[in-house]
Structure formats: structure tokens, C-alpha cells
Design a protein around this ligand. Structure first.
Ligand code: PLP
Length: 315
């Protein structure tokens, strides 16, 4: 492949820990050492932020969860200004590198923040962000929707809770609610789904059919009468920034939005069911296991609601 045929390079910024400098990294040069905890143990945290029209979406919510994830993993508190400045610099470079002139519509892009425990030999955390184009598959799924397979997660990510309802704290180190780099099991579930003619996976409790979340997304159920439901966050369900942005906006517009226990049957009876996450935004489930989910008459309205909710969070 000649240089001119290479896919466009991501913009990468290294963020020095403890309030140090923020500097651009050449995407053709490596920047992670062999003994980095991200490489050897998947030990670190991340966030993925949508960049729309050159503006990051939901920045405060992402930073809040990022800082919380870091705290749960005993990593030093990330410096907000550093990450925000680096994100804005990366966006400027991205626009410049791609020769996108002012006034021209910018394609959506994906900004990923990664923060790891760092090198075993130095103990200094490693942090960087990347800004790149969105996968064609995601753009396609936004239009086409997804066929979804239900599956047990295969393990529990809650702290053990005793019969009496009190935490027995048998695993108090479990970083429940942290968005960690430990996604190998989620990626394996997605590969399995693809091998079986599905696009995605939602985790359910195999005993009760209670719906938890997608492998990398939150489930939103649209019910008749302008009502939205999502599985209660906490424990087995990561609090999603996209779901929250949608619920906040829809509530303002008069929709009734609730977090509560959701079961497989609720999905099958719904007007429509969506997987939402930052970069994908929202994709409609067109099939759940063997059940077809026909397009609802208000599909365009839901899409407009979700788009407006994200636009309201651009900064
Ligand atoms: N749940 C899981 C397990 C995820 O990995 C993600 C996003 O990656 C989400 C939910 C959705 O989160 P957000 O809307 O903040 O991107």
C-alpha cells in the first residue's frame, strides 16, 4: 500500500501525569512500553467521547466517570484541564490534518482517553488520547439497526450481597462502576455473536431473564405513550452517559423516563428497543434472538429526540 492509500492517521496526544505537559505523538511511532500495565494486565481505565461538528459531546459526564473509574482503581486523580485541553488541541489538529475547511461539514469522530497504571519498572501512570474516524460499521448500524443475541455475562461484577441484603463485602476490591480496560470478555461475546449472524449482545440474567446492558452499550426501551425505560444502573449495569443525556432531554420534552428492572419480555413487547453509547449514539434492535422487531411508526421521532439530546450536550 502506498503512503497515499493509507487510511487517515489518528491524532494522538500524550498526557503527562501529575499535571505535566500535553504533547502530540506521531501515530507511526510506538508510545507504550512492554511493561505497561495496560499491555500486560489490562489494568487501567478509559472513556470514549463522541466529537460532532468539531465539538466534544457530554464532556463533563465523561470526565466525571473517568475520574471516578480512576479513583476506584486507586490511580492518581486525573487533571480535568489537561484532558479537556488535550481533547480540544486534538480536535484542532484533526480538522487541520484532514484539510477540512471552515464551514464544511465535519464528519463525527471518536476520541478515546486511556489512563493506565503505567510501567511496572517506574510505577508512573501512562495516559494518552486518540482521535480518529468512526468505523464504517457504526455509521451503517446507525441507519440499518442491529440484530441482537441475548446471553448471560458469564460472571458477576457485583460485590457479593448476603441474603439479608447487606453487602458481605466478600470482594470489596471489585471496581464496580469503573470503566476499565478489561474488555476481553465483552469482545469475545461480540465475536461469538458475529459468528452466529448477530451484530451485538445484550447480557441478561439467565435465571430471571432480567436485562442488564449491551456488551458496550446501554439498553433503552421505548414504550407507548412517550415513555422510556432503562435497566437500573449500578452493580451489573454501567451508568451510561448517552442514556443519561437522552433521559434528561426527553424528560424536559415531556417524556416519562424511568430507570427500573427490565426483563426480556419488556423488550419483546416494546414499541422499539435501542442500544445507546457515546460514538454509536443509538441503534435500533431489528431482531432479538429469533424475534423480529419491526420498525415503529415513530422511528424518525425517536431518532430526532436522540440527536437533539446529543446536540444539547456539545461543548
Ligand atoms: N455499558 C457498557 C458495558 C459500555 O461499555 C458502554 C460504553 O462503552 C456503555 C454501557 C455506554 O456508555 P456511554 O453511553 O457512556 O458510552
Amino acid at each position: 500500500m502506498g503512503i497515499s492509500q493509507l487510511p487517515p492517521q489518528p491524532v494522538i496526544y500524550i498526557i503527562e501525569p501529575f499535571g505535566g505537559s500535553v504533547r502530540r505523538q506521531n501515530a507511526n511511532l510506538p508510545h507504550i512500553f512492554w511493561d505497561d500495565a495496560a499491555v500486560t494486565r489490562g489494568d487501567g481505565v478509559f472513556e470514549t467521547v463522541l466529537v460532532r461538528g468539531g465539538r466534544p459531546a457530554n464532556l463533563d459526564a465523561h470526565f466525571k466517570r473517568f475520574a471516578r473509574s480512576a479513583r476506584l482503581l486507586d490511580l492518581p486523580e486525573p487533571k480535568k484541564e489537561q484532558w479537556i485541553d488535550a481533547t480540544r488541541e486534538a480536535i484542532n489538529d484533526f480538522i487541520h490534518d484532514r484539510g477540512i475547511s471552515q464551514g464544511k461539514e465535519l464528519p463525527d469522530a471518536k476520541c478515546t482517553w486511556t489512563y493506565t497504571r503505567g510501567r511496572q519498572s517506574t510505577g508512573v501512570p501512562t495516559a494518552w488520547l486518540t482521535l480518529r474516524d468512526i468505523d464504517a460499521e457504526v455509521i451503517d448500524q446507525r441507519k440499518r439497526g442491529v440484530k441482537v443475541m441475548t446471553a448471560p455475562r458469564g460472571y458477576s461484577i457485583t460485590q457479593d450481597v448476603s441474603e439479608a441484603g447487606k453487602s458481605s463485602e466478600s470482594a470489596p476490591w471489585m471496581a464496580v462502576g469503573a470503566k476499565t480496560l478489561n474488555y476481553a470478555a465483552n469482545m469475545a461475546a461480540l465475536r461469538w455473536a458475529k459468528q452466529h449472524d448477530f451484530d451485538d449482545v445484550i447480557y441478561i440474567d439467565p435465571k430471571t431473564s432480567q436485562v442488564l446492558e449491551g456488551a458496550t452499550s446501554t439498553v433503552i426501551v421505548v414504550k407507548k405513550g412517550e415513555r422510556l425505560r432503562t435497566p437500573t444502573a449500578g452493580g451489573q449495569v454501567l451508568q451510561g452517559t448517552t442514556q443519561k443525556a437522552i433521559f434528561d432531554y426527553a424528560t424536559e420534552k415531556g417524556w416519562r423516563c424511568k430507570m427500573r428492572d427490565v426483563y426480556l419480555d419488556d423488550l419483546l413487547k416494546a414499541e422499539s428497543v435501542w442500544l445507546v453509547s457515546s460514538v454509536r449514539m443509538a441503534v435500533r434492535m431489528t431482531r432479538i434472538d429469533d424475534e423480529k422487531m419491526p420498525a415503529p411508526s415513530n422511528e424518525a421521532e425517536i431518532r430526532a429526540l436522540i440527536n437533539a439530546a446529543m446536540d444539547a450536550k456539545l461543548s
